[in-house]
Design a protein around this ligand. Structure first.
Ligand SMILES: [Zn+2]
Length: 340
């Protein structure tokens, strides 16, 4: 009994010593964040995004993205910020994804502005009299009938307002996985190939790792999108919530990292058009997204806190993280092939 108690006591002391003498330094969870200003001016001139009564989505996206970059640099000086569209000129979607992947981004944030399609109207403006005949020869009879006349026109749909943050649709998970595999080097530490040789992207371990990563990116994107919408609510915006869009966000699947698309407001709503064009409005959006990033970073930091093994009470070193991920991935792959 005494022996056992002594053993327990020494283990507790040992763990206390280990924890106090080897303070676990928090690893930096985000190194590179990609900021993507949507749309842009086309090579021949002309805007590519949505249109308000006096302003364009392209310009608002760029102005908000610029303010976001400044805010992020101020509040996260340790993070490197990469812009996919630093000027008013449009950048092809494929190039945006390439920039993000080439720079080994940890996060992709696309800035957009929403719009409602115009409302179609048809007003009855009067009737036109049409003459027509029936029968032949002597039986031929003249008739008249009234044809209604319409005026067709559209009016702006000004009612919709508020924000929405999108992540890629579940049915696009496979595309995301392909992007992850195509950017194999991003899943390993930098200079991996120099140190350990090339990565066999077709090995079951790697395929499984890509699958696990894709799932992790999905979870992280969903979490961040909720956090962004939460910040918008806090400052009194109408939050349309975190959503998955079925079409139109190819770039979210093509980037091998967690990625979100923020619809910052409706350009078709007069109050929101004014807000989106104002310095204060743009700054509020930038501060909200930056605030969400703080929540996201603390969430990631909590996740990476080393697991304490309950039997030994000795902290497990985070060094084995990569090894753990591999074993987890292999496990996932086994389950997957069983399911097939
Ligand atoms: Zn857009």
């Amino acid at each position: 009994m005494m022996k056992k108690m002594f053993l327990v006591f020494s283990l507790i002391t040992l763990s206390a010593i280990l924890t106090s003498f080897t303070p676990i330094k928090k690893q930096q969870v985000l190194h590179t964040v990609i900021i993507d200003a949507g749309h842009g001016i086309m090579p021949g001139g002309g805007h590519n995004g949505a249109k308000g009564t006096y302003s364009y989505e392209d310009d608002i996206c760029l102005a908000v993205a610029k303010k976001l970059v400044v805010q992020l640099k101020k509040e996260f000086p340790e993070i490197s910020i990469i812009e996919t569209r630093p000027t008013e000129n449009i950048v092809a979607l494929k190039e945006r994804a390439n920039i993000a992947n080439r720079n080994r981004g940890d996060l992709f944030i696309s800035i957009h502005v929403n719009a409602m399609p115009e409302i179609q109207h048809r007003d009855l403006v009067g009737h036109r009299t049409e003459v027509y005949f029936t029968g032949k020869g002597k039986k031929k009879k003249k008739h008249t009938r009234k044809i209604p006349q319409y005026r067709y026109y559209t009016t702006p749909n000004t009612t919709a307002k508020g924000t929405q943050t999108y992540i890629w649709g579940v049915h696009k998970a496979e595309d995301k996985e392909i992007a992850v595999r195509e950017n194999a080097s991003m899943l390993t530490e930098e200079n991996y190939e120099e140190k350990y040789g090339s990565i066999d992207v077709n090995s079951p371990e790697f395929v499984a790792l890509a699958l696990v990563k894709t799932q992790q990116f999905g979870k992280r994107s969903a979490m961040l999108s909720h956090m962004v919408e939460e910040q918008f609510s806090k400052v009194g915006r109408i939050s349309g919530g975190s959503k998955q869009r079925q079409v139109g966000i190819w770039v979210l699947q093509a980037t091998a990292m967690p990625s979100i698309l923020v619809e910052t407001g409706f350009i078709t709503n007069p109050q929101e058009e004014a807000y989106l064009n104002s310095e204060d409005g743009q700054q509020e959006i930038a501060v909200s997204v930056t605030g969400a990033l703080h929540s996201y970073v603390s969430w990631l930091e909590k996740k990476q806190t080393p697991v304490v093994n309950s039997t030994s009470q000795v902290p497990v070193q985070p060094l084995s993280k990569m090894a753990y991920k591999y074993s987890e991935a292999v496990e996932q792959n086994k389950k997957r092939s069983v399911a097939k």
